[in-house]
Ligand binder design. Sequence first.
Ligand code: SF4
Length: 234
Amino acid sequence: MSLRVGRGFDPLAALAEEPLAGRASPARSRLRSQALALARSEALVEAAYSYCIVALEEPVTEWLCAGTERLHAPWLLPAAGRLTAIACGACTLGPLLERRVAELFAERRASLAVALDQLGNEALMAVGRRAQDRIAADVARRGLTMAGELRAGDPGLALEAQAAVLRLAQAETVGVSVNASHLMLPLKSTSMVLGVGVDLPAAQWSRCDHCPTRDRCTVPARAASAQAAAGNAG
Ligand code: SF4
């Protein structure tokens, strides 16, 4: 199990180029620009990620045994190929942005607070994409394949697994912890578990497929548009 850490990059750089998804009003676009300028001028984003690719004990069952941790993640069991490891990652923006959001609310500048919070969500997604790209490259270098993505608390992986995922990702290296309610701290943090193995077919499922909050959640649409943008850029 070897730890990889990424920091010192700027997820806001790409966001500054990206227009707001959908038909954003001029007022919303203006607020986003203000939030971006604020995040930049006060250096509110300290992006970082850590991940480890951890071998699974044989035989691999729906209770995945990785080191001293056990995760119940039957969705990762592939229809073909061989699941041999999991990649566990943690991503964060650090604590400054969420503190600034709280201050803005306290100052009754709610519109800017909301815009900054949303910008933080976009930035965190960008950090997650970067971490996944690095993991995919790492996995490919080892001659392995990667398929399936779970996040503790979403369908497919219980929220109670969060602490184990963060231990496997060695998330404390980038300042991410979990409290007794399984909430990650800083709040603008996220974690992921990806299947790694030999000749794994592409997963035919997504953690969002049967999510009860899918209709209200903006993540699938934003992830799809980011993927399309990356495809166009490539
Ligand atoms: S729809 Fe949203 S809340 Fe549901 S699993 Fe997907 S990202 Fe998570």
